[in-house]
Design a protein around this ligand. Structure first.
Ligand code: BGC
Length: 827
């Protein structure tokens, strides 16, 4: 056991504190705050979710956030410098909002492309994830904010995430799943580690002595705070002894008084408690929550004017993450000399999914859509039509604020009333969204889970077309919808399996009304929250025109046939990718495949833009002229897609995950626990390693991405022909831009070694770097392959060994497009 080193000042402060007060500090004060202690000059520390924006402690459109490309998009940049820049922007935004601790980044690996939270992971490869995560953490922490690496470990899928037991061998843990965590602890000094909900090899991660105390704290020398995932702590002695330092949120029935009692009866040593408090104090000092100032008062937590991430950075980052998967006949960038009309088609053109669901969600400061941004950019140059083509939503989408009027204030938006059980008005407010959630602050007393009060939402809705409109109310509890005072539907929805689903996929009640263009109706929603539910309280009103889908498809096909080019924006629906549950298919939702098949049959310049955080099946890939994987790109989506279509920016990304040709080719598809056990039977053969081992040909391999220029690989030189065990390898690679315009290339080095054999990968990513060169010019990139990439974890010996022999270093454009090689002898 390690008692973390502490200053004399910290030790004497601690000695003066009674055990109850020490223990009090180790449980959250509420959803997002820790306790302060005047005796220690410690103020509460404030936490906020990430990783694609700093939400703050409320889910509120009046407190918006910069909305970044999702982490899998950051993975696609393969660009540590850009990720550092984005991390720094997040840190600055957090600081300006009074946030001390950012609950990000997420370091789990894409074990299965169906993982609901895959959009929140950087990649399927440990080394790519580690390099980008180190930059992310360094960036965030450069602003004086603490980063939290999560979810330690084995939380690579969502089904039964609260309870499953991931069975992962020590070797697989060491060589894959622990790699990004170890790198962020050792290289970036990550301030917090979040212990996951799940168990690993029989022990809950919040109690895991081996992984928390022995590996993380003793072996890697982690001196920061291990926090639980939210409500993950479900024991007193086991978690305290196992290595958990902070139970979040508070109150937590297992710590607090119960922990103080465990100390007084000798079940938990007081020095263990001291170690936890010292870790917390070190964190406080780091973020300015523990005073060292002459005034004797702690650094202020109070927010100033929010400094949101720079929109031009977010636009540049999104374009840099887009992966050009295919570009037949160089259809992109669009040549406006021959293209005079463009049909923008697809459900995600006007209703994009800019972020994944769950705790990573923010209220973006603004959202640009392809349906708005492309016509704006082409004004005066080409005619643009916009049609949805089909419908993918499963919950009725929120109406635009401009179609709503608050009946009390007359402003665009809605009126919210909070009422006690007897109908007394407790509070009311004007809001500009119909997507509402409270998670922590913001609700009047008497409203919430297990309370008797209710929330009413009132608005006047103005239809802009003739036809049927779907009106839906979503939330957990009783929902009563009225239109012009008449009851449309009044019903209860079930309590979901995972608390986060109260926000991401609550049950919905729905009705249909027929409206004419310009008609206004008053819509009322009464929400009576269910008893006995945990998690965020959320309610949503959706109103959307619902024309016949066959007609929608026919209209889109006609628009494509009449245009010189079509841009088809397809992808996930709002609830497809989320924390709390996994996807059950890699197919695009709804009739999107049919839409693309029909559109490509009538137009030979079809560009498909895929708006999903994880891969989807693309049975139409060879019929589309171009395909861009655009991820969940954050607020700048429309602008960034437009920049790339028009050639103002290069689609700079490379795949951080393999895109399979069929579901059956994926090394791991469904991660469904069996009797509570989730076996990681594929061992080391995750992602491209699995495809290499099985011989399956991916539709688009790991590392693939075309950009707008061509590259010749001219030479690779290793700095030494032989390497000693434990030594890094440096390589110099020269590439030449053979295309017509400046560009950026991601140079990838894979290592194939004498350790090949049963269950071991054919090759693994060793290093990567960005080369930038003008047309015709060469660029030299120096890559550093860490010594560990050559090593094997020997479970019996309990350490790393470096096999002797020849290693082949393969350098190229993707894991399946290797252009150069060099041999290095290890021994
Ligand atoms: C998620 C964490 C998140 C926490 C607080 C949990 O459900 O797994 O990633 O930081 O909630 O929102």
């Amino acid at each position: 056991m390690t008692i973390s080193t502490a200053t004399t000042e910290e030790r004497s402060l601690l000695a003066a504190l009674p055990v109850e007060q020490k223990v009090r500090l180790l449980t959250g004060a509420d959803s997002w705050r820790t306790h302060g202690a005047d005796a220690l000059g410690l103020r509460p520390m404030i936490m906020s979710d990430g990783p694609a924006g700093v939400r703050g402690i409320t889910m509120d459109e009046r407190k918006p956030a910069g909305s970044l490309p999702c982490p899998s998009a950051l993975g696609a940049t393969w660009d540590s410098e850009l990720v550092y820049e984005l991390g720094t922007a997040l840190g600055i935004e957090a600081r300006s909002k009074g946030v001390d601790v950012l609950l990000a980044p997420t370091l789990n690996l894409v074990r299965t492309p169906l993982g609901g939270r895959g959009f929140e992971f950087f990649s399927e490869d440990p080394e790519l994830t580690a390099r980008l995560a180190v930059s992310y953490v360094r960036g965030v922490q450069s602003a004086g904010v603490a980063a939290t690496i999560k979810h330690y470990v084995g939380n690579d899928s969502e089904t039964e995430r609260w309870n499953y037991d991931a069975r992962i061998t020590e070797q697989v843990l060491r060589e894959l799943y622990l790699v990004p965590f170890e790198a962020c602890v050792r290289e970036a000094g990550a301030a917090l580690v979040m212990a996951a909900y799940n168990s690993v090899n029989g022990s809950p991660m919040t109690e895991h002595e081996r992984l928390l105390r022995e590996v993380l704290k003793d072996e890697w020398g982690f001196t920061g705070v291990v926090t639980s995932d939210w409500d993950a702590n479900r024991s007193t002695v086991a978690s305290a002894v196992g290595g958990l330092d902070l139970a979040m949120p508070g109150p937590n029935p297992f710590w607090g008084q119960a922990l103080a009692e465990a100390v007084s009866r000798g079940a938990v040593a007081e020095e263990l408690i001291d170690d936890k408090v010292l870790r917390l104090l070190r964190l406080a000092r780091r973020v300015g929550a523990l005073t060292t100032s002459p005034s004797g008062s702690p650094g202020a937590a109070s927010p100033g004017t929010p400094v949101l991430a720079d929109p031009s950075l977010l636009r540049r980052a999104a374009a840099a993450s887009f992966v050009l998967l295919r570009n037949a006949r160089d259809v992109l960038p669009l040549d406006l000399a021959v293209i005079r009309s463009v049909a923008v088609i697809g459900p995600n053109a006007a209703l994009p999914v800019i972020q994944g669901g769950g705790s990573a969600g923010v209220f973006p400061v603004s959202v640009s859509t392809v349906a708005d941004a492309l016509p704006e950019a082409l004004a005066g140059q080409a005619a643009v039509t916009v049609t949805a083509g089909c419908r993918t939503w499963t919950a009725v989408p929120a109406p635009a604020a401009r179609s709503l009027t608050d009946p009390v204030s007359g402003e665009p938006g809605v009126r919210l009333e909070f009422r006690a059980a007897d109908g007394t008005l407790l509070a009311e407010e004007h809001r500009t969204t119909t997507v509402l959630a409270w998670w922590g602050d913001g609700l009047p007393a008497g409203i919430g889970w297990g309370e008797t009060g209710s929330i009413a939402l009132l608005t006047r809705f103005r239809a802009d077309t003739d036809g049927p409109y779907a009106i839906g109310a979503a939330g957990v509890g009783r929902l009563a919808l009225t239109v012009d005072g008449e009851v449309l539907v009044d019903a209860r929805t079930p309590v979901p399996a995972d608390p986060v689903e109260t926000m991401t996929r609550p049950g919905e009640v729905r009705g249909t009304v027929h409206l004419t263009a310009g008609q206004e109706v008053t819509v009322g929603l009464g929400f009576y929250p269910a008893d006995d539910v945990q998690g965020p309280l959320a309610v949503r009103l959706g109103i959307a025109a619902s024309p016949d889908e066959d007609t929608m498809l026919d209209e889109a096909v006609a628009a494509a046939a009449a245009a010189d080019a079509a841009v088809v924006v397809v992808g996930s629906a709002g609830s497809t990718e989320s924390e709390g549950y996994d996807r059950d298919t890699l197919n695009l939702p709804g009739r999107q495949n049919e839409l693309i098949q029909r559109v490509t049959a009538v137009n030979d310049r079809v560009v498909v833009v895929v708006n999903s955080g994880m891969p989807v099946l693309m049975p139409w890939a060879d019929r589309a002229a171009a395909v861009i994987q655009a991820w969940l790109p954050g607020q700048a989506m429309g602008y960034a897609v437009t920049d790339v279509l028009l050639g103002l920016a290069e689609p700079g990304g490379r795949l951080p995950v393999t895109v399979p040709a069929s579901e059956s080719d994926t090394p791991v598809l469904h991660a469904v626990p069996d009797g509570g056990v989730l076996n990681y039977d594929e061992g080391l053969l995750v992602g491209y390693r699995g495809y290499d081992a099985s011989g399956a040909t991916p539709l688009f391999p790991f590392g693939h991405g075309l950009g707008y220029t061509g590259w010749a690989y001219e030479s690779v030189v290793a700095d030494a022909p032989a390497l000693a065990p434990g030594e890094d390898l440096r390589l110099a690679v020269t590439v030449r831009n053979t295309g017509p315009r400046p560009g950026r290339e991601i140079v990838q080095a894979y290592v194939a070694g004498p350790w090949q054999g049963a269950g071991r990968p054919v090759r693994v990513l060793g290093a990567f770097g960005c080369a930038a060169a003008a047309a015709g010019e060469a660029a030299r990139v120096v890559l550093q392959v860490p010594a560990r990439v050559f090593a094997v974890y020997d479970t019996e010996a309990g350490g790393w060994i470096w096999p002797r022999g020849d290693f082949t270093i393969e350098v190229g454009r993707s894991s399946r497009d290797l252009r150069l090689s060099a041999t290095v002898m290890l021994g």
